[in-house]
Design a protein around this ligand. Structure first.
Ligand code: ACO
Length: 401
């Protein structure tokens, strides 16, 4: 029984909030979520409107600047992004050091951290121009680095970014081998990928964004901060869920095995969870999941893909939504439940799913990092803890233990 009075002597209060269920660590004007109503807005714009009418690059501008761009602002932004899509030639050599079967997220995190070794001449975090340039560089280079991670993992040579293509088309072009690959420039593939990027672009204080802010609060440079966000995203309880969903659907295999999976997910002695279900904030539905579900059907039908995993997914959703366990706990499909099926239909391998998420979330992460640096009086993040260890005791010599 350690005295906890010193914990609140400075402030007069002390909060123990495991998992930060009800603690706001910051103010932010970027993204609003109402978990009970299933509302998500970027800078006040409902996600449904942005999904239907906008593009990922426009959304990235919105997140960064707070307003939608006019024509000339957008054109300047797009030009700036296009100007910075290349990876430094020496940066490419880093990949040779990775084991051939390294997970693309491992390569991505290391690669992004290493950007600070290339662009250190303009890394003054207190300089608004440097911050802006870092944001442009990150958004521009993420698809190039991501495609390199994939191509290295399968032993293909890297492809240079083709700057006459739009953002998502450029990425698809860098990913796939054959220039005439049908998916590469298919309008539905571009639209689906752009939509997924819009929906994943930001989500206020999730684990990875809060990590970016915590690292950023120390004054660490933007590349180091975003690399930390990437590693936080990797876990299956967060961005790694999209990869985990597909693996789970493959493991279930056929719709007739869904019942057993649901039973297992309810069994507290079994570690198995329904991946792609549940959310800390959404307790009604995840508005992104609704949009993705619709796009998933569209992509499969327009590309003529007959994926039996979609049947498994639909059966699983239906079974869970009827089951008291899931209803009582308000566990609904989240953003990642259907996204993997779309990625798979686009020819993107499972290990790349979380990388895809990271490309999109980079816009949100860097917007938060900038907002943090623009906010007067920001101070270093320093969570407290409730000590539950031993009382004071005296050191015993090793031969007396
Ligand atoms: N399958 C089965 N049971 C679940 C699931 C699930 N997917 N999710 C939550 N539960 C149960 C828990 O066991 C717990 O039950 P209990 O009250 O009987 O103990 C209850 O629902 C509450 O769950 P918590 O884990 O306390 O909820 P929390 O808010 O901490 O976690 C999370 C949210 C991590 C998303 C969780 O629902 C989960 O692990 N889902 C699967 C992974 C996933 O899809 N992650 C992606 C989230 S979205 C994103 O990051 C992009």
């Amino acid at each position: 029984c350690i005295d906890i009075a010193p914990l609140y002597k400075d402030t007069g209060h002390f909060t123990y909030d495991p998992g930060y269920g009800s603690t706001a660590s910051t103010k932010s004007a970027i993204t609003y979520i109402d978990g009970d109503q299933g509302v998500l807005m970027y800078r006040g714009y409902p996600i449904e409107q942005l999904a239907e009418k906008s593009s990922f690059l426009e959304v990235a501008y919105l997140l960064l600047h707070g307003e939608l761009p006019n024509k000339s602002q957008f054109s300047t932004f797009e030009n700036d992004i296009t100007h910075h899509t290349m990876m430094h030639e020496s940066h490419k050599n880093f990949f040779q050091g990775f084991h051939h079967d390294a997970h693309p997220m491992a390569m991505l995190a290391a690669s992004v951290a290493s950007l600070s070794a290339f662009y250190h001449e303009d890394l003054d975090v207190d300089n608004a121009e440097d911050r802006k340039l870092a944001a442009i560089r990150l958004i521009a280079k993420m698809p190039t680095i991501a495609a390199a991670c994939y191509r290295y993992s399968i032993g293909w040579p890297f492809r240079y970014p083709r700057n006459n293509l739009a953002y998502v088309d450029r990425f698809l072009h860098m990913m796939f081998e054959v220039p005439s690959e049908p998916l590469e420039m298919s309008p539905v593939a571009s639209k689906a990928l752009d939509l997924l990027f819009i929906l994943h672009a930001d989500h206020e204080q999730n684990a990875s964004t809060s990590t970016v802010r915590l690292v950023g609060s120390t004054g660490a440079n933007p590349y180091a901060s975003i690399a930390a966000g990437i590693t936080a995203l990797w876990g299956p309880a967060h961005g790694g869920a999209n990869e985990a969903v597909l693996k789970m659907l493959e493991e279930i295999g056929t719709p007739d095995k869904v019942e057993t999976a649901v039973k297992r997910a309810k069994d507290k002695n079994d570690n198995f969870r329904l991946m792609g279900f549940g959310h800390r904030v959404y307790k009604n539905f995840d508005p992104r999941a609704k949009i993705i579900r619709e796009m998933c059907h569209k992509v499969l039908s327009e590309l003529g893909v007959n994926d039996p995993l979609l049947d498994v997914a639909m059966k699983l959703e239906e079974a869970a939504l009827k089951d008291d366990y899931f209803v009582e706990r308000k566990l609904y499909p989240n953003v990642d439940f259907y996204s993997g099926i779309i990625y798979k239909a686009l020819g993107i391998p499972t290990e790349m799913f979380t990388v895809m998420f990271a490309i999109a979330r980079t816009a949100g992460w860097i917007a938060h990092w900038i907002e943090q640096h623009e906010t007067p009086g920001s101070r270093i993040g320093r969570p407290r803890q409730l000590y539950v260890g031993s009382d004071k005791r005296d050191y015993t010599a090793m031969d007396k233990r």
